[in-house]
Design a protein around this ligand. Structure first.
Ligand code: PCA
Length: 222
């Protein structure tokens, strides 16, 4: 085998289709710009997930099988949040406030019947947080990814990793509205696409270079 025929290791990064009346989703807007970028000798592969329960997890599993990534970073919109939110935990429940893009609205439905109540991200979330702060990007650890499609995908990702690829790293990032969305939501905070793209690069590089996390206080009292 010649050197060029070895596939390059890859990082899978996902964004979502628009939902809840929006015409764009900032996650896919940013994520697609990173497709084919090389970060620390890893090729970034970007895919768009449907904002639909079940379909989204199936699409994610298919992409994992196709690319065998070292790291999977899923990204979604959290309108109303002001910072990059590094999600710590996914819980085994769907409780949809609104219908998904396929018209489904599961309420108090477990994601995996015999799965554990929750999974923690196995990415070095505190290191990622510090790296973002060092780059002057507002960010925080979040202790809830909600109970809609993003939590569903994060749980589906970590359950799949736990059952099939225990060496694979995975986690979820929520991002604020883009300024072009925030103008339609009175008082809502926003973050530019440029900053979000930079944040994703910083977090991917940090996750690729550190297997283990560090203990830094980043909890909340509320
Ligand atoms: N945000 C939603 C689903 C898709 C997205 O971008 C959520 O936070 O669940």
């Amino acid at each position: 085998m010649t050197k060029s025929t070895y596939p390059m290791a890859c990082v899978l990064i996902t964004g979502f289709t628009p939902f809840d009346g929006e015409t764009i989703n900032p996650s896919w807007q940013a994520v697609q710009k990173l497709d084919d970028h090389i970060i620390m000798k890893h090729r970034v592969c970007a895919i768009e997930l449907s904002c639909e329960f079940n379909t989204s997890i199936a699409q994610l599993h298919q992409a994992i099988e196709a690319h065998n990534p070292a790291i999977v970073l899923c990204v979604g919109q959290a309108g109303g949040r002001s910072e990059i939110s590094i999600e710590r935990i996914a819980i085994n429940i769907d409780d949809a406030r609104i219908k998904d893009n396929a018209g489904k609205q599961p309420i108090d439905t477990p994601i995996a019947k015999n799965g554990p109540d929750a999974y923690f991200s196995n990415l070095p979330i505190k290191r990622m947080l510090s790296a973002l702060h060092e780059s002057d990007i507002p960010a925080a650890i979040s202790n809830t990814a909600g109970t809609y499609v993003c939590n569903h995908v994060m749980y589906g990702l970590l359950h799949y990793i736990n059952e099939n690829y225990t060496k694979m790293k995975g986690g979820f990032i929520h991002i604020p509205y883009l300024p072009s969305q925030a103008v339609h939501h009175n008082g809502a905070p926003s973050m530019s696409e440029e900053v979000v793209i930079n944040a994703l690069k910083v977090m991917i590089a940090e996750a690729l270079s550190n297997e283990r996390d560090v203990k830094i206080a980043a909890g909340t009292t509320h």
